[in-house]
Design a protein around this ligand. Structure first.
Ligand SMILES: NC(=O)c1ccc[n+]([C@@H]2O[C@H](COP(=O)([O-])OP(=O)(O)OC[C@H]3O[C@@H](n4cnc5c(N)ncnc54)[C@H](OP(=O)(O)O)[C@@H]3O)[C@@H](O)[C@H]2O)c1
Length: 233
């Protein structure tokens, strides 16, 4: 069983690797890192900027059939800019950065890893999305760049699921909401999270691997929360 985790240096990505290693000791895990290589052995690490098509394509070259592909790359804020509270704060460069990191990689991975999913055995291509990307669920507003990027990501997932259903019917393509998780990404926003609703990364990873294990090709094209409940697009 080959598993690929994109964003293996991130909070959720690193925990996913640990959970997969623990549940499937015989699995071969390939993972990508971006700025700092994680000190984790038993993983085939590659440095990949997932917004760069040439790097994704080169990474794909060295890997055979894959059972699970998970994209856990994402961004919400930078050192200089926080998500917008008002449209007055919209910054075009920050908006483009959100789209580039939160949407494009899922499309590039879908393009370059089709051949790895052609084996015909049930497999999963999942991207870690966010509930705030749901248009139906949006009651608060704000966070323009992040919300728009996650909504676009969700459309990308839905689109990929429809094409894969025709040409790779054994693959389940899904968007997963991890729940609010204690990582660098959520760190500036944790103060308002209700008691018990901020998950340690290990808990989130356990939930997400539960989802990966439960998914079948018939579940393709869904937006699911960590507990398996369906989120409206
Ligand atoms: N944490 C939460 O509460 C929460 C809630 C809902 C959804 N999510 C989603 O969960 C996913 C994982 O987030 P996280 O909480 O684990 O955040 P995180 O700890 O900040 O991890 C994000 C990872 O993405 C990587 N990354 C950013 N740009 C990249 C690029 N161009 N190429 C390759 N890697 C890149 C980062 O690497 P570098 O740091 O090296 O750049 C980092 O390892 C994201 O999609 C996020 O939107 C998180």
């Amino acid at each position: 069983m080959n598993v690929i985790i994109f964003g293996g240096g991130g909070g959720i990505g690193a925990a996913l690797i640990k959970e997969v290693r623990a549940r499937f000791p015989q699995a071969t895990v390939f993972a990508t890192w971006h700025s700092t290589q994680p000190d984790v052995s038993d993983v085939h690490w590659s440095r990949v900027d997932v917004t760069d098509e040439a790097q994704i394509s080169a990474f794909a070259e060295g890997i055979g059939d894959v059972t699970w592909i998970v994209n856990a790359v994402g961004m919400l804020h930078t050192q200089d800019l926080q998500p917008e509270k008002s449209i007055k704060e919209l910054d075009p460069a920050f908006f483009s950065h959100n789209l580039n990191v939160n949407v494009l990689p899922t499309l590039l991975i879908a393009k370059h890893f089709m051949k790895h999913l052609r084996h015909g055995q049930p497999s999963v291509y999942a991207t870690v999305s966010a509930r705030v990307g749901s248009i139906t669920d949006n009651r608060l507003g704000g966070w323009y760049s992040y919300r728009c990027s996650k909504a676009a990501l969700n459309m990308a997932i839905k689109n990929i699921s429809l094409e894969y259903k025709r040409v790779l019917p054994a693959v389940c393509v899904t968007a997963l909401h991890p729940g609010t998780t204690d990582t660098e990404l959520s760190a500036p926003f944790q103060a308002r999270v209700p008691q018990g609703k901020l998950f340690p990364t290990a808990k989130t990873a356990a939930f997400l691997v539960d989802r990966l294990e439960a998914l079948t090709p018939a579940d393709t094209g869904q937006f699911l929360a960590y507990d398996g409940s369906e989120i409206p697009w």
